[in-house]
Design a protein around this ligand. Structure first.
Ligand SMILES: [Zn+2]
Length: 285
C-alpha cells in the first residue's frame, strides 16, 4: 500500500482530469472541491468515497451482481483466464502511437481495464464505469492510472467527444452514449462471446439445448458504428478448483441452471474450458 490513501490518489486524478466529467443531473462541468467532492456549476455535489470512487448516480440501483460475483471475476482475471484477450486489445490500442484516454463501459471490478493499461506501451488514463457499486468498490484496489465511477450507461457523466477508446467487454452497450462520448477518430472496442464460449459449462448446465448466437449483436453494432475490424480470440484454459467454482459463480449461465448441475461442476477437480470471443472495432458513422 502506498503512502497516499486511495481517496487521496483518486482526488488527485479527478482534479487533473475533471474536464472529462460532467454532472449527471444538469450535464454541466464539474470540478474537484477540497479533495472531498465533485461539484458542478449548478452546485450538485458528489462525494468521493473513502475507498476512492465517486457515486455519480442520482439514486442507488440494485443489480443482480453482488460482491461475491465480482470477487470471483477478479480471481479469474488475475489468474490470466482472459490474458490472450487482453493482449489482443492492447495490440489494437498500441497500433496508434498516441496517449489514450479510455472508458471501460461496464467495467465491473475493473480487472480488464487495469490489465490493459498495465500492458500498454503508451501512457493512458482510464475511466471505469459500472452501475454496480459492488464492482466499483473492488475496482479501486487495482493500481492503474484510472478513476472509478458508479454510473448509468444510459446517462454517462462524461464530457462529449472526450474519449479515444471505449472498451465494452462482455457487457451491454448504449450506442447513443458511445457515439456522443467518442472523439471523431475515437474507437469503440466491443467484445462479444462466440457460440463456443464456455461451451463445456453450457453443455452441462443446458445439455447443449441452448446454442448461443451473436449475429443480432453484430448486426446491431454495424447499424450504429462503422465496423473497421473483427478479430476472433479463441483458446482453451484448464481451470482447476477453487477457480472453477469462481468461474461458475461469475457466469450468468449458472444462474438459471439446475442446482444439481451447478454442484456437479463445483465437485469437479478441473475442466478444460473454451474461451471463444470476437473483438469488434468500430468508429463513428
Ligand atoms: Zn449539476
Amino acid at each position: 500500500m502506498s503512502q497516499l490513501s486511495k481517496k487521496a490518489i483518486a482526488s488527485k486524478l479527478l482534479q487533473e482530469y475533471s474536464q472529462l466529467l460532467r454532472c449527471p443531473i444538469c450535464k454541466r462541468t464539474m470540478i474537484m472541491q477540497n479533495d472531498q467532492s465533485l461539484v458542478c456549476e449548478e452546485n450538485h455535489h458528489f462525494d468521493l468515497a473513502k475507498k476512492g470512487y465517486v457515486h455519480l448516480l442520482s439514486q442507488s440501483i440494485e443489480t443482480k451482481y453482488d460482491k461475491e460475483l465480482f470477487q470471483s471475476r477478479k480471481r479469474i482475471a488475475e489468474d490470466g483466464f482472459f490474458a490472450p484477450l487482453i493482449k489482443s486489445i492492447t495490440k489494437i490500442i498500441d497500433s496508434n502511437k498516441t496517449d489514450a484516454i479510455m472508458l471501460d463501459a461496464g467495467c465491473g471490478e475493473g480487472s480488464h481495464l487495469a490489465q490493459i493499461q498495465q500492458s500498454l506501451e503508451q501512457a493512458s488514463f482510464g475511466i471505469g464505469a459500472d452501475i454496480a457499486k459492488e464492482g466499483i468498490q473492488l475496482a479501486t484496489s487495482n493500481s492503474s492510472n484510472s478513476v472509478w465511477i458508479v454510473a448509468d450507461l444510459a446517462n454517462l457523466p462524461i464530457a462529449t467527444t472526450s474519449i479515444d477508446y471505449i472498451l465494452n467487454i462482455l457487457s451491454p452497450s448504449n450506442y447513443a452514449e458511445f457515439d456522443r462520448l467518442l472523439k471523431k477518430e475515437g474507437k469503440l472496442i466491443k467484445v462479444i462471446p462466440n457460440s463456443d464460449y464456455l461451451k463445456e459449462l453450457r453443455g452441462i448446465f443446458y445439455e447443449d439445448k441452448e446454442a448461443y448466437d451473436n449475429e443480432s449483436t453484430k448486426a446491431r453494432f454495424q447499424e450504429k458504428f462503422e465496423l473497421l475490424h473483427t478479430e476472433q480470440v479463441r483458446y482453451s484454459v484448464n481451470v482447476k478448483q477453487p477457480l472453477l467454482n469462481d468461474l461458475v459463480k461469475m457466469t450468468p449461465l449458472s444462474w438459471s441452471a439446475d442446482k444439481s448441475k451447478v454442484e456437479e461442476v463445483n465437485n469437479t477437480e478441473s475442466m478444460n474450458i473454451t474461451v471463444d470471443l470476437s473483438i469488434l472495432v468500430g468508429i463513428k458513422k
